[in-house]
Design a protein around this ligand. Structure first.
Ligand SMILES: Cc1cc2nc3c(=O)[nH]c(=O)nc-3n(C[C@H](O)[C@H](O)[C@H](O)COP(=O)(O)OP(=O)(O)OC[C@H]3O[C@@H](n4cnc5c(N)ncnc54)[C@H](O)[C@@H]3O)c2cc1C
Length: 557
């Protein structure tokens, strides 16, 4: 058994920031992660991080844009705290060593992003996530934090009404072990791989969210799934919103700049839900290119600007689509990008389970509400990662000793052996593709009760078979079949919650667009969805949204 005062699961920006804060508070801290920290999906973030810096911008405008972007489902007290912290976070990351791009006068360069009233997105070319991740990782090296790499969290141990640690599986050796901890922080990142067409890395399987849900944590607002408007047609690789921030424009097959019809004021820089719906509407009404896509044009920006501000985008287009964005339009189509929902927390990262904290994309505070603004998620990892670390450290200082019972470890071990011993049954990755097909086909940008009902039935049939998943090989070292099977189970758990929440929510708000209920309904649905695990399926209840200064209005861009 391993033992620490604070155990942070996940080594992306949120996990590392939490670990740093807990270590600075004087606690004995460890990070447990299935990937090397620098391989975390945070490193794939391209476009930038939002903060109101400089005299012309204001924290209040950032707050207002975020509240409006959330379609009034974000908690306004948490959003106020979040936007107020933003300038400090960016300066701190710069002091940690992040090299941000500069404008000609030497100030932090800022680019416009969707749904923002001001060019507020600070960036390091189109590799912002990696620049932040490397800087914080170097800083973590000087803090006293133990890092367990290649470990998958499998179970959260809750006894005597508090969290006491986790059971985890070591990919490198096949060891199953208990990690006792007085406080546990889940920062396990996205769950986008429940969709086949997604910008998320293959590792983004919602593990911590599902493990916490099974252990009794409440999930919040899981039906709100963000689709990014511009992903490469074939591969789903993201073309950052920064491309439109730099002046890129969307065109349909007639060469029309169609966003002028959907968002007359800001056109291509409307928020993501609005632009994604516009693209699928253009295609559905016959104005897309044959095969169903639209063009993103950067050609008018000139070689110099495209190749310096969007270096990685140039590489992606050339290497994965065989086109040169300096001289050719980019064929794009929306793809799943971000989960607004997650483990429900308050602004200090606390959950409904004593001793469990969460931060980053795995958590839902909620500041994104029904639709996240681009650039607000990197910021979220750092603002609330720190808060979760501070709160976890404080809890660990007062909580009694924690234990992981040997039976919990033995149960996980037996489960793995049973799967290895099975002679027939579906293979994990083929089964995962079945989940993805359901979500891609029936739980997309526009939703209707017929499709959602078909999705629920199909997921029910998958549920009946998932107990028969088989791991084809019995070796212990780097047997990725073991992780694949666990991740696939997590995706099914969470897909069920997304569909249940989407079926229940009879309105359209942010990223949740119901064809049969096209309007937002503030009278009945201005509330957060809370999902609790039950063996027969998710149980839903609702919780109020926190308001401070901003009255709900119609959302136009
Ligand atoms: C392609 C792409 C581009 C993006 N661009 C931007 C952008 O420009 N601006 C912006 O604001 N946002 C952007 N986002 C969103 C943003 O990057 C993410 O929401 C954020 O980085 C998530 O950080 P995180 O720390 O929560 O999770 P991650 O960085 O994904 O880290 C998760 C960690 O959890 C660990 N983990 C997962 N499961 C387990 C398990 N079972 N056991 C142990 N460890 C586990 C992983 O090893 C990893 O270390 C982008 C997202 C994508 C996919």
């Amino acid at each position: 058994m391993y033992r620490h005062e604070v155990l942070v699961v996940g080594a992306g920006l949120a996990g590392q920031r939490a670990a740093l804060a807990a270590a600075q508070a004087g606690r004995d801290v460890a990070i447990l992660t299935k990937l090397h920290p620098l391989r975390s999906h945070s490193g794939a973030a391209q476009g930038g991080i939002n903060a109101a810096v400089g005299a012309e911008d204001s924290v209040d405008t950032h707050i207002y844009d975020t509240v409006k972007g959330s379609d009034y489902l974000g908690d306004q007290d948490a959003i106020e705290f979040f936007c107020t912290e933003a300038p400090k976070v960016v300066v701190e990351m710069e002091h940690f060593g992040t090299i941000f791009s500069r404008s000609a006068d030497g100030e932090l360069a800022r680019r416009p992003f969707g749904g923002a009233g001001f060019p507020r997105t600070i960036y390091a070319a189109d590799r912002t996530g990696l620049a932040l991740l490397q800087a914080i990782y170097e800083h973590l090296g000087s803090a006293n934090v133990t890092v367990y790499e290649e470990w998958d969290v499998v179970e959260l141990v809750v006894r005597e009404a508090r969290v006491q640690g986790v059971v985890a599986y070591h990919r490198a050796t096949g060891e199953v072990a208990g990690f006792a901890a007085r406080s546990v922080v889940f920062a396990t990142g996205p769950a986008g791989r429940m969709y086949g067409r997604t910008t998320n890395a293959h590792s983004c399987t919602g593990d911590g969210v599902a493990v916490a849900y099974r252990a009794g944590a409440w999930l919040k607002d899981m039906e709100f799934v963000q689709f990014h408007p511009t992903a490469l047609l074939e591969s789903g690789i993201l073309i950052t919103e920064g491309a439109r921030g730099e002046g890129g424009i969307l065109k349909n097959a007639s060469g029309e700049r169609f966003m002028a019809r959907y968002a007359p004021h800001v056109q291509d820089l409307a928020s993501r839900d609005v632009v994604s719906r516009a693209i699928v509407t253009e295609i559905a009404e016959g104005r897309g290119f044959p095969g169903g896509y639209v063009h993103l044009e950067l050609m008018h920006l000139g070689r110099e600007r495209v190749e310096t501000r969007l270096q990685e985008i140039c590489d992606f287009c050339r290497n994965f689509a065989g086109i040169d964005p300096v001289t050719q339009p980019i064929p794009v189509l929306p793809a799943q990008h971000y989960m607004m929902g997650g483990i429900g927390t308050n602004a200090q990262g606390a959950t409904n389970l004593a001793g469990l904290f969460a931060a980053g994309e795995a958590a839902c505070v909620s500041i994104h509400g029904a639709n996240r603004l681009g650039g607000n998620s990197l910021l979220e990892t750092l603002v609330f990662g720190k808060q979760a670390g501070i709160a976890a450290a404080a809890h660990a200082a007062s909580a009694g000793a924690a234990e992981v019972p040997a039976e919990a470890v033995a149960r996980v071990e037996t489960g793995i052996r049973d799967r290895m011993a099975r002679k027939d049954g579906p293979l994990p990755l083929a089964f995962r593709t079945e989940i993805q097909n359901v979500m891609d086909t029936w739980v997309g940008i526009y939703r209707n009760p017929g499709d959602l009902g078909r999705a629920a039935e199909a997921l029910g049939r998958l549920r009946a078979r998932i107990g028969t998943l088989r791991i084809p090989d019995g070796s212990r070292a780097f047997n990725l079949g073991v992780s694949d099977a666990m991740e696939t189970e997590h995706l099914l758990d969470l897909a069920e919650v997304v569909v249940a929440g989407a079926l229940a929510r009879k309105e359209s708000r942010g990223a949740h667009a119901r064809i049969d209920f096209p309007k937002r309904d503030d009278v009945h649905w201005m509330q957060h969805t809370i999902a609790s695990y039950r063996p027969e399926g998710p149980q839903l209840s609702y919780a109020p949204v926190a308001y401070t200064r901003w009255e709900p209005k119609e959302r136009v861009y």
